[in-house]
Design a protein around this ligand. Sequence first.
Ligand SMILES: Cc1cc2nc3c(=O)[nH]c(=O)nc-3n(C[C@H](O)[C@H](O)[C@H](O)COP(=O)(O)OP(=O)(O)OC[C@H]3O[C@@H](n4cnc5c(N)ncnc54)[C@H](O)[C@@H]3O)c2cc1C
Length: 572
Amino acid sequence: MAERRSPRSQVAALRDRPSADVLIVGGGINGIATFRELSLQGVDVALVERGDFVSGASSASSHMVHGGIRYLENGEFRLVREAVQERNRLTRNAPHYVKPLRTTIPIFSTFSGVLTAPFRLLVTHGRGKPRERGALLIKVGLVLYDIFSRGGGRIPRHRFHGRERSLRQLPRLTPGIKYTATYFDASMHSPERLALDVLSDGAAAGRERARAANYVAAVGSREGGVRLRDETTGEEFDFGARVVVNASGPWTDLTNEALGKPTSYMGGTKGSHIVLDHPELLEATGGREIFFEHSDGRIVLIYPLKERVLVGTTDIDADPREPSVCTDDEVQYFFDLIGHVFPSIRVDRSQIVYTFSGIRPLPRHDDTVPGFVSRDYRIEHGWIGRVRTLSLVGGKWTTFRALGEHMADEALALLGAKRVASTRTTPIGGGAGFPTDRASRRIWIAKHGRGHDPELVSLLLDRYGTRADEVLAALPRTPAEAPGLPRYFVEELAYLASHEDVVHLDDLLLRRTSLAFIGGLTRGGLAAAAEAIAPVLGWSAARRAKELERAEEILLREHRVTLGGPGIAPLG
Ligand SMILES: Cc1cc2nc3c(=O)[nH]c(=O)nc-3n(C[C@H](O)[C@H](O)[C@H](O)COP(=O)(O)OP(=O)(O)OC[C@H]3O[C@@H](n4cnc5c(N)ncnc54)[C@H](O)[C@@H]3O)c2cc1C
């Protein structure tokens, strides 16, 4: 894990030596992947993120690490092949966070879509209304997917089942189905933590040379570089670079505009999710992702995660200047789709514990239906004065390593430098030496437990991978559970605050832990979290009160969380 740092030491490091060969703007997964990649090549690299790390599109995903079977329909074979390869690599390089996930598609017809799909692919390319996909089309897609997955090792092939057998396996599924198809993709249970691991590996590889700071925005350009602003103090300073990588996701055009070189590459679409605390629905999923087509042709999912059920998502054209929040219409859409596949299960707003929403960084798509816009990425070259720029357009979570590799290669070419290391088989963070079977898990727990209760060691192993070792070292023999924050410990929260660039209380609740995601937060819980981290961050009583107010406001406004109450808050 990252070394212990005094608060804002990374900003001081940028100001003390205000230049680097490459400056990356944007600390989502793609900026972070590029940072690690360049740092491993020995490049002098810096990264700035205007909010917290991974607080943009990267914190709004469906948590899928997938080839994107649906993209076959759009003819995106390159992307699907790359995504499947990256999925397989991630199950090996980051087994602590990325796990194979059994996925079942309920199918309602045999032929539908077979004729329209090639037509859409060859002629209309996504214009017009999507049609329901029938069994035959899904079969063709899954065969192709199996072919791409070959060599995946840990990923079994797909299976088709008729109605009776499907209902035996998933008895709460609607009797209206004709078949189910079951195949394997993967999911990441803690995307934000995975990203922080990639970041911390990049920083460790670069030692003093690689610097990454959150709450620092790129706000303008100067001869030979970029104007940066520390968002916690408002102070501005100039930073020189030979290459600027614009990895600001859905805000790529806005960043280019701020840097004085407007572009119109982007056309993001908004997607929302709800998280339900609903044991009956959880059980009905049978531990699988239920991935299917809703009546409007959109592909949606219902899936178990952290003992909750994640339901998503929508795909609506959006303006990145506007905040992205899950609306009542979207909630109703999610309820309808749950009713479509599990008609005997009742859901209501009191079971929603968390919502989240974000904008996909998609390319500009004019009249293409949002669901059919290319999910592939490209890199655009430009200049600001003498400085070369590389703007990322697109880029999924799943393909972050491959994208970081491509982006780094483009930057290396501009610098006239050579690649010296590959990340294809490099373990990520707490994925290094992570025990993947029961026997090796037992051995790990016995060896690294430091006298702690094996159950606690197991919990932290799931939470941090093998980096649990470092967290355990910071914990007393019997750590104190933070009041109102079940299964989180005071010293654990303090450790995260002092080692992982926590600036605000909401960074801890939303991105260093799953506390907000799993729901059940109360004012008392928030106060306990603030109390746990205040000493390491040097917070006064007044700062603590401000942080509590800010966290409560963000939870309410962006995630519709009502502290201590059931269900979601009305839209403000
Ligand atoms: C609803 C939804 C569901 C998705 N589901 C999946 C999925 O299941 N699987 C999958 O593989 N992908 C999924 N994706 C796609 C994936 O999440 C994104 O494509 C990916 O996270 C983009 O990462 P990024 O780093 O390019 O952008 P971002 O994560 O948005 O990062 C860009 C960062 O740049 C920062 N920034 C902006 N302007 C500035 C500035 N001027 N100065 C400094 N910083 C700045 C922003 O604050 C932001 O943090 C989903 C996306 C959405 C929205």
